[in-house]
Ligand binder design. Structure first.
Ligand code: ADP
Ligand code: MG
Length: 210
């Protein structure tokens, strides 16, 4: 994988969150303020635009630029959270031109650590962490077992989707949805939903790079 993998990943995310914008808005309208779909589409449109201006940068620099762009273009909680996640992930790669499966695990583990550090959420709090943490764990486990990157990313995407669905019966303990208390139960978390879309997008980007 290389810089093209990162730009393809960001383009795939933009396409996916744009297709699912109304659904993300509905999910956030139920337990938040209804802006998650527009936050994600605005943010990733800005990321794709920013990355198109920088054709020469290595993959880590592109992730850092993507993170910085999200922070400056998204007002909601998801902007700073994903912004710091992508910047932390990018820093893992430094200036290297390519990266392999074990390094991708390190990138995503750093991204997860950054989300948890900034947002103080754990699995079970009904946030994006419920999708991201199992995805990183599944990726780490399968890559560690020597699986192909395609199989490892399939496992990661499936784990993110299972984590996304696991948020439905939970009561939110972080973010806006936590203000609803028990009334947040029975709704799928919008941030976990977009996170599952993002890991699915990564699977497609990696497949396009191989
Ligand atoms: P806002 O809540 O500010 O309107 P968004 O609607 O864009 O921002 O994003 C909401 C999503 O952000 C939630 O569904 C949840 O997944 C995630 N989120 C909110 N607070 C936290 C937190 N402290 N830690 C992790 N994720 C969080
Ligand atoms: Mg919102």
């Amino acid at each position: 994988m290389d810089a093209t993998t990162v730009t393809t990943w960001m383009r795939e995310i933009e396409t996916s969150v744009t297709q699912e914008r109304d659904r993300l808005v509905q999910l956030d309208a139920a337990i938040g303020d209804g802006d998650h779909g527009t936050n994600m589409t605005r943010g990733f449109a800005a990321v794709v635009q920013a990355l198109s201006q920088d054709q020469e940068a290595p993959p880590g620099r592109l992730l850092i630029l993507a993170g910085r762009t999200l922070v400056s273009s998204v007002g909601g909680a998801s902007g700073p959270l994903w912004g710091s996640a992508l910047r932390s992930g990018g820093r893992v790669l430094g200036d290297q031109a390519t990266f392999d499966g074990p390094q991708l695990v390190e990138v995503l583990a750093a991204a997860l650590a950054s989300v948890k550090d900034l947002g103080a959420a754990s699995v079970g709090d009904k946030t994006m962490v419920d999708a991201l943490e199992p995805a990183v764990a599944a990726l780490g486990r399968t890559v560690g077992e020597g699986a192909s990157l395609a199989d490892a990313l399939e496992a990661a995407a499936a784990a993110a989707e299972a984590g996304m669905r696991s948020t439905i019966p939970l009561q939110a303990r972080k973010g806006r949805a936590s203000y609803l208390g028990e009334r947040s139960i029975g709704h799928q978390d919008p941030g976990a939903t977009s996170t599952a879309l993002m890991i699915r997008a990564l699977q497609r980007a990696a497949a396009a790079s191989s």
